[in-house]
Design a protein around this ligand. Structure first.
Ligand SMILES: [Zn+2]
Length: 199
């Protein structure tokens, strides 16, 4: 017979669905949660509870935020002539940590991938073009990941922007091909952002 209590079974099931967590890790996490300080478990539950209600996407730049517009979009001291475009909203955190960038952001929420049925309408490319069309933007830095899909997405966006008075650039060398922008060390990321090439 299955001796796992029903509550534990539910927990194992949910933990096991998390990325990178298999049945073994789910079991050891469950063991930990059952033996650790109950206050810790309550704090974890509170952090999860209502997470999706508290954290949303900025209606302008699609960055993860508690307030809409996000702190960057609503900050008058940011350089409002430059938009740095990334795939995932979380990449912005790594870029901001370099303290080298003072402009605005735009998260695409993915990359073009015809094989997986992801087209331009599934991303926030239209919203980016609108932001540029509204005026005041002088440079768009296409910091999509240095993968085939990231390159393809950058080329597609550059084409969408070619008739607008906007300089389109891409971070230069330094980011390993096939890598993820967010996983690059801060110095490399800062250097790549500083030396940009026109697209
Ligand atoms: Zn924003």
């Amino acid at each position: 017979m299955d001796l796992r209590p029903a509550s534990v079974k539910v927990l194992l099931e949910h933990l096991g669905r998390l990325p990178g967590v298999g049945p073994r890790t789910a079991r050891s996490l469950t063991e930990h949660l059952l033996t650790t300080d109950p206050a810790e478990v309550a704090a974890l539950a509170a952090a999860l509870d209502g997470l999706h209600d508290r954290v949303r996407l900025c209606s302008t730049c699609s960055m993860l935020t508690q307030d809409d517009p996000c702190p960057v979009c609503s900050d008058p001291d940011r350089d409002r002539t430059t938009i740095l475009v990334v795939e995932a909203p979380t990449t912005v955190w790594a870029v901001e940590d370099t303290r080298q960038y003072r402009g605005l952001y735009h998260a695409l929420l993915g990359h073009l991938s015809p094989l997986h049925g992801v087209g331009p309408e599934d991303l926030t490319i239209g919203a980016l073009v609108e932001r540029c069309r509204a005026g005041g933007i002088e440079e768009v830095i296409l910091a999509t990941d240095p993968t085939v899909e990231g390159e393809t997405t950058a080329v597609f966006i550059a084409r969408q922007l070619q008739n607008l008075p906007v300089k389109v650039t891409r971070p230069a060398s330094g980011i390993p091909v096939g890598g993820e922008l967010a996983s690059v060390d801060q110095l490399t990321l800062a250097q790549a952002l500083q030396s940009r090439r026109s697209v």
